[in-house]
Write a protein that binds this ligand. Structure first.
Ligand code: SF4
Ligand code: SF4
Length: 93
């Protein structure tokens, strides 16, 4: 399943997209530990697979939660994306 977490406002679209089929096969779920803001949680999906999701409390705050990883100038690789061995995660902004 392709899961989209985030929101749109006057400033833009702020979504994290996760291919949870890949998460189900991912040992250790390294994106969770890689995120300095604790954006991700591990949960069971409707099919009984263990996958990663964006924490409920952070879904409407992603622009702010991720600001430290996204400086206005040169942007280094995002810790969460870099940690993912399956290329399962993308950010819209
Ligand atoms: S590291 Fe990638 S594949 Fe593994 S749980 Fe996180 S997003 Fe899913
Ligand atoms: S960009 Fe940074 S704060 Fe945002 S989810 Fe990825 S690691 Fe976490």
């Amino acid at each position: 399943m392709i899961a989209h977490y985030g929101y749109q406002d006057a400033e833009g679209e702020f979504f994290i997209t996760i291919d949870t089929d890949r998460c189900a096969r991912c040992d250790g779920k390294p994106c969770v530990a890689a995120c300095p803001r604790g954006v991700f949680t591990v949960e069971e999906d409707p099919y009984g697979e263990t996958v990663v999701a964006v924490d409920d409390r952070r879904r409407k705050r992603l622009k702010y939660e991720c600001a430290g990883c996204k400086p206005a100038g040169d942007r280094p690789p995002l810790p969460c994306v870099r940690a993912c061995p399956w290329g399962a995660m993308t950010h819209s902004w």
